[in-house]
Write a protein that binds this ligand. Structure first.
Ligand code: ZN
Length: 289
């Protein structure tokens, strides 16, 4: 089976279309058809074409998960919990969506399980909000899903965490990341726009810690006797210093292929400026930060 796994499109339809063309290219080269397209949340927010992105996702996706920006755009999250830029963009996005789009976003699940995969936006412990950026944050999350793989988005950085499959950490949130803290606004909005707690000091993090990999584009296969939390990176707003759209393809014969796709960044920036969206958010697209 072969699945295209996308996350964090963020209303960047130019990047999304480039990824869809790349999926078609892959399919032609491999002479293999894609069995499903999965999206790990944040279809909208920041970008200039939220409606186009939601509509295409509705047509395409076998599974789509709710992201914090999707909820913000339909009023399911309090905008006080977002940074100024994110809140303004959520208000603008809300005004663009049709009633059908809103119904679709409202119905998205926080977490789905399919075969060997668990799909969520942030983490299995805190699907909407937790950023899995460190082994200390990732490790207790291995206790919160049963499948071989957990696919996440939210950080916009391609990442793999690995743990031996006979290790079952207590699925406890690190003590500093209580739901109250998560709701307090401390973690809301962008990881780079808000202060970020150091989860490394958490006394609840069990040993051994998950191994942390930063995958380059190309194939990656799960080592034997491991489970993995995998983030494909972001289609519409990469933040790992590479401005190309990021996504991945899973092939049950080959493993995971992390892919990067060039798209017309200037076209997205032009559309953002026409809509009066944040110049800072537009500028960062060309740096991938
Ligand atoms: Zn996002």
């Amino acid at each position: 089976m072969r699945y295209a796994i996308l996350s964090d499109i963020h209303g960047n339809f130019e990047a999304f279309l480039a990824v869809l063309r790349d999926i078609e290219r892959w399919s032609n080269e491999q002479r293999a058809k894609i069995d499903g397209v999965w999206c790990l949340g944040d279809i909208v927010g920041y970008g200039p074409e939220p409606r186009e992105c939601v509509q295409r996702i509705r047509e395409l996706c076998q599974f789509c998960i709710a992201g914090n920006h999707d909820w913000a755009a339909i009023g399911k999250l309090d905008l006080d919990e977002f940074t100024g830029v994110a809140a303004n963009s959520a208000e603008w996005t809300a005004a663009q969506l049709s009633a059908q789009d809103r119904i679709y976003l409202r119905g998205l699940p926080e977490l789905t399980t399919y075969g060997e995969f668990t799909l969520t936006h942030g983490s299995p412990l805190n699907p909407i909000w937790e950023y899995l950026t460190t082994p200390h944050a990732a490790t207790p999350n291995f206790g919160a899903f049963e499948t071989t793989y957990c696919l996440v988005g939210h950080t916009h950085v391609p990442t793999i965490f690995l743990l031996p499959d006979d290790v079952h950490p207590a699925p406890a949130m690190p003590s500093v990341l209580t739901p109250e803290l998560a709701r307090s606004g401390f973690l809301m909005g962008d990881s780079d726009l808000m202060p970020f707690p150091d989860l490394g000091a958490s006394p609840l993090s069990p040993a051994p810690l998950a191994e942390h990999l930063s995958p380059a584009p190309g194939l990656w296969l799960l080592p034997e006797h491991r489970r993995a939390i995998i983030n494909p990176g972001s289609v519409g707003q990469p933040r790992d210093g590479d401005p190309r759209a990021a996504y991945m393809i899973y092939d049950s014969d080959l493993g995971f292929e992390f892919r990067r796709v060039e798209y017309d960044v200037a076209a997205t920036q032009r559309k953002m400026s026409e809509q009066g969206l944040s110049p800072r958010m537009a500028a960062r697209l060309e740096k991938g930060l």
